[in-house]
Design a protein around this ligand. Structure first.
Ligand code: FNR
Length: 361
């Protein structure tokens, strides 16, 4: 049996050993030069702590509430596609791990288990991530199926009118499986023999005309709260508040869409300031340590989502691996809070971190 990893990076190593190259490259890679992918992680190292000492930290409370749902720590599962390429149990294993950790899982629109299978497999609090396809009827049907089986929110991914250019997938001729959610609705067959079949399928399927006015359409087909994922600017954050969504997720899709957008952690604060507390701001991109979670919360995120770390845990050790990844990040966050002198998530404020911008002041 492989050695027990002690951090997320070691889980990544195990995942690399466990997976065929095509799938490891798909999960770990980013767009074009992968500059944003690297920056998402590196940018955290430029934020330093300003801890307070001699605080009674004998009791640390990590729990928080997202859209009214209490979770055990501010670490949620980001939507990532096609978990069965990582492990035969796919999204069911991930959802069970999320349930065991008492956190929220956002199920990808492009999951390899159906929305119903995931719903009936565990009692995790689940949100459903939505891509809007040219076939709007298919997207609408999926939203309604998710609503019917107890998903609590719709996460509209807004940064994907076309798929980013992921060159490893092009070289590997990444496959495009028939996803069970779409059985009988949409064929995934791609005739082209060139490049990434997945990208070819997605680019044919995504509706590039999707715009802000379509939020009204989405609201008309669901009663669930809507979060917009993929916001990177203050301008778009204000727009999201204006169209009346329940929250936003600051995200650059893990560096998989437009390369050379900034690291998400470096734009978080300006987005939070623009929102001004009117709706919750969640965050993803590059979280690999509990210290990263703390930094995102200090800069104003209500919670973070983790994408690749979950996949690495799943590929390495199935449901147990996902659980361990979430637990490890939670334990690291607890230690960071203890050493910073913060006893609850609410106590994590801007004054506990120092960014490069602060040094220039
Ligand atoms: C993603 N992401 C993503 N986002 C989304 O809205 N729908 C999806 O289906 C997917 N699929 C997907 C697959 C894989 C393999 C990755 C790595 C990512 C983006 C994801 O939700 C999240 O924004 C990033 O993964 C966050 O960055 P980290 O945590 O991976 O660094």
């Amino acid at each position: 049996m492989a050695a027990e990893p002690v951090n997320v990076t070691e889980f990544q190593e195990l995942a690399k050993q466990a997976l065929p190259k095509m799938f490891y490259d798909f999960y770990s890679g980013g767009a074009e030069d992968q500059y944003t992918l690297r920056k998402n992680i590196e940018a955290f190292s430029r934020i330093m702590f300003q801890p307070r000492v001699l605080v009674d930290v004998s009791c640390i409370n990590l729990s928080t509430t997202i859209l009214g749902y209490k979770i055990s720590s501010p670490i949620m599962v980001a939507p990532t596609a096609m978990h069965k390429f990582a492990h035969p149990e796919g999204e069911i294993a991930t959802a069970r791990a999320a349930a065991a950790c008492k956190t929220i899982m956002v199920l990808s629109f492009r999951s390899t288990c159906t929305v119903e299978e995931v719903a009936s497999s565990c009692n995790a609090i689940r949100f459903f991530q939505l891509y809007v396809y040219r076939r709007r009827d298919i997207s609408a049907l999926l939203v309604q199926r998710a609503e019917r089986c107890g998903y609590k929110a719709i996460v509209l991914t807004a940064d994907c009118p076309r798929t980013g250019r992921r060159e490893a997938d092009i070289k590997n001729k990444m496959i495009s499986p028939q996803l069970k959610n779409f059985e009988g609705l949409l064929s995934a067959e791609v005739v082209s023999e060139k490049g990434s079949k997945l990208a070819a399928f997605a680019n044919g399927a995504f509706d590039p005309s999707l715009s802000w006015k379509d939020i009204a359409w989405l609201k008309s087909i669901t009663n669930l709260p809507i979060l917009i994922k993929g916001v990177l600017t203050a301008e778009n954050a204000v727009k999201a508040v204006e169209v009346g969504v329940a929250g936003i997720i600051v995200s650059n899709h893990g560096g998989r869409q437009l390369d050379y957008v900034p690291a998400t952690i470096s734009v978080l604060e300006e987005v939070v300031q623009a929102v001004g507390g009117r709706i919750p701001v969640l965050f993803d991109g590059g979280i690999r340590r509990g210290t990263d979670v703390f930094k995102a919360l200090a800069l104003g995120a209500q919670a973070v989502l983790i994408g690749r770390p979950v996949i690495f845990g799943l590929a390495a050790k199935g449901e147990y691996g996902v659980r361990r990844v979430i637990e490890m990040l939670r334990d690291e966050l607890e230690l960071t809070m203890t050493l910073c002198g913060c006893r609850s998530v609410k106590e994590i404020t801007r004054s506990y971190v120092r960014t490069e911008r602060d040094s220039l002041r």
